[in-house]
Design a protein around this ligand. Structure first.
Ligand code: FES
Length: 566
């Protein structure tokens, strides 16, 4: 075995190469492995198990299946932990730490001796973080997702995190659901291991990554507690040994064509807005740009085929039982570049083969009879968003697509929390709720774009309004919500200049978002803007604050993307 592969890859430097090799063997002998196994190809298994990440609680069994697959295929499985990001358990937001996890994965994959790596993740930010890191590390890699939760039951109704969470909470805020009932609902929303049961961000990323070619065909949708999930894990472990032998690095798999395929799939599944940020960041690590104008062109020509919540009525377990993502890809085949490579070495067209077999057409529509003729996402531009903004039209109310309304402004998340339910808040259903300073630099870009309907309006039955911000939104949420406004308010974007009473115009048909205030008044307001917040003084927070880029660049750190040659 040469120094370039297996256990002897990247030797620790003591000034004596043979001593370095000898020492590695010595310490691995302490694990009781058969001595000859140390000469096998090393397959790293990046695990992200954490008690703070309940979505990953089945990882031990999943990882054991990967180990089995690696070993059976003649590899040496080596598990290693990384940062784990449990959505909802991180302050101020998991998004801020995606790049930290990416750095952890990148450095540990590069620094430790492995010929390929299996990335085991699932909860929202973990999959993009793992792939961003692996792409930068440049080592052969394959993704394995945790799989979605199975649904729970409440009074005869199927429930799944977290679209149903939001629906019941909105009813609770509006007074239609009482305290005892919401407490019972709370215990039945998330009842198994796995990621959110709907087409939220985790499910979207699983599908996008399969479409990108970085996970095994058919691997995105199997529920976390289904035997298929363990079979997929074992197959992924075995595949990693072949991927290592082939030296198939991510830059051979992910191309402009596969990124375009992934965007098509994002649109066809009615996927999460967050996926655009993550896909932009992932592709950016390989120097591939995601053009928002191309997104709009693809959106106009990509039908929505999948009937999952939050835009449809079904859950991920239903999609799995309906042929999984291959059923969707098969319907989209005329719109995809079937010559795009995948991690297995086969092209996308070759992996699709003759078709998925039986498909439940209530869950996966045909291209001839889609649930919507056009894709779910529209990239907006205009005087309020010179760098762009995003709306998920498939989750929005068409009656609000063409709106000119009065702005009701909240200056920050704290201001929103303090005033949105104030009975004296001057707000009408026709107003546009505006949240400032919730972008990447301002607040880490939390999923706060789903602004609550003010309590006084919720109690009157108002369930949707136009809401705009530089924040993100959970993939499980719905409403007429404009997100990712760029440049963000915290760096002086026009969003920072909006004042209560201004007129704002949203036009989905024209892909526009405009602030109807004259230039002289905006210049006057700009001169009065306070100095930017200097951010944290130390640590990762400082690094993030100083180097995070806008949503249009995937919120990656500027020094983590390939630099133009000097
Ligand atoms: Fe983990 Fe939704 S909270 S996927």
């Amino acid at each position: 075995m040469s120094d370039e592969t297996g256990l002897y890859r990247g030797l620790t430097n003591y000034g004596d190469r043979e001593f370095s090799r000898y020492l590695r063997r010595t310490f691995l002998h302490s694990t009781g492995r058969a001595p000859e196994s140390l000469e096998r190809p090393v397959i790293g298994i990046a695990t992200s198990e954490s008690d703070f990440n309940p979505c990953h609680r089945a990882q031990p069994e999943l990882v054991a299946s990967v180990v089995r697959g690696v070993t059976a295929a003649g590899g040496l499985p080596m598990r290693f932990p990384t940062v784990s990001l449990g959505e909802g358990f991180l302050n101020p937001t998991a998004m801020m730490f995606r790049n930290l996890m990416a750095m952890d994965v990148e450095e540990m994959v590069r620094a430790q001796p492995m010929d390929a790596v299996v990335l085991v993740g699932g909860c929202d930010k973990t999959v993009p973080a793992q792939l961003m890191g692996a792409f930068s590390a440049g080592r052969p890699a394959v993704q394995l997702v945790a799989g979605p939760m199975s649904t729970g039951r409440y009074h005869g109704e199927r429930l799944g995190a977290c679209t149903d969470c939001r629906r019941f909470w909105a009813d609770f805020r509006g007074g239609a659901v009482g305290a005892a009932e919401i407490a019972e609902v709370e215990r039945n929303l998330a009842t198994t291991a796995g990621t959110c049961a709907v087409m939220g961000t985790a499910s979207t990323m699983a599908c996008v990554v399969e479409a990108l070619g970085m996970a095994l065909p058919g691997s995105a949708t199997a529920p976390a507690v289904h035997a298929d999930r363990l079979r997929i894990a074992e197959a992924t472990g075995a595949a990693a040994v072949e991927i290592a032998a082939a030296g198939r690095t991510p830059d051979q798999v992910v191309t402009a064509a596969s990124v375009r395929n992934a965007l098509r799939v994002l649109l066809a599944i009615g996927g999460s807005t967050n996926a655009l940020v993550h896909l932009t960041a992932m592709a950016g690590r390989l120097g591939i740009g995601v053009d928002p104008d191309e997104l709009n062109a693809l959106s106009e020509t990509t039908p929505v085929l999948v009937e999952l919540k939050p835009t449809g009525a079904h859950y991920m377990e239903d999609l799995h039982a309906s042929g999984g993502l291959p059923a969707v890809l098969h319907e989209l085949r005329d719109l995809l570049d079937l010559s795009a490579p995948t991690v297995t070495g086969a092209t996308l067209g070759e992996t699709l083969g003759g078709g998925p077999g039986w498909v439940d057409r209530a869950v996966v529509r045909t291209a001839a009879e889609p649930s919507r003729a056009k894709g779910g996402l529209v990239w907006l531009r205009g005087s309020l968003a010179p760098g762009g903004a995003l709306i998920k039209r498939s989750a929005a109310d068409p009656a609000l697509f063409e709106t000119t309304g009065r702005a009701v402004v909240f200056r920050s998340l704290a201001d929103l929390a303090a005033r949105v339910d104030d009975p004296d808040l001057d707000v009408e259903p026709s107003d546009v709720l505006v949240l400032q300073n919730a972008g990447p630099r301002g607040a880490g870009m939390p999923e706060a774009g789903y602004l609550p309907i003010p309590a006084k309006l919720a109690r009157k039955g108002v369930r949707d309004m136009v809401r705009i911000s530089d924040a993100r939104m959970s993939g499980t949420a719905y409403g007429t919500i404009v997100l990712h406004i760029t440049p963000e308010a915290a760096i002086g974007g026009p969003l920072a200049l909006v004042r209560t009473g201004d007129r704002i115009r949203l036009s989905v048909s024209e892909a526009r978002l405009d602030l109807l205030v004259d230039d002289a008044e905006l210049a006057r307001r700009r001169a009065e803007l306070p100095a930017p917040d200097p951010g944290p003084a130390t640590g990762y927070g400082r690094l993030f604050h100083e180097h995070v880029m806008g949503a249009d660049r995937g919120c990656d750190l500027d020094f983590c993307v390939p630099q133009a040659p000097l």
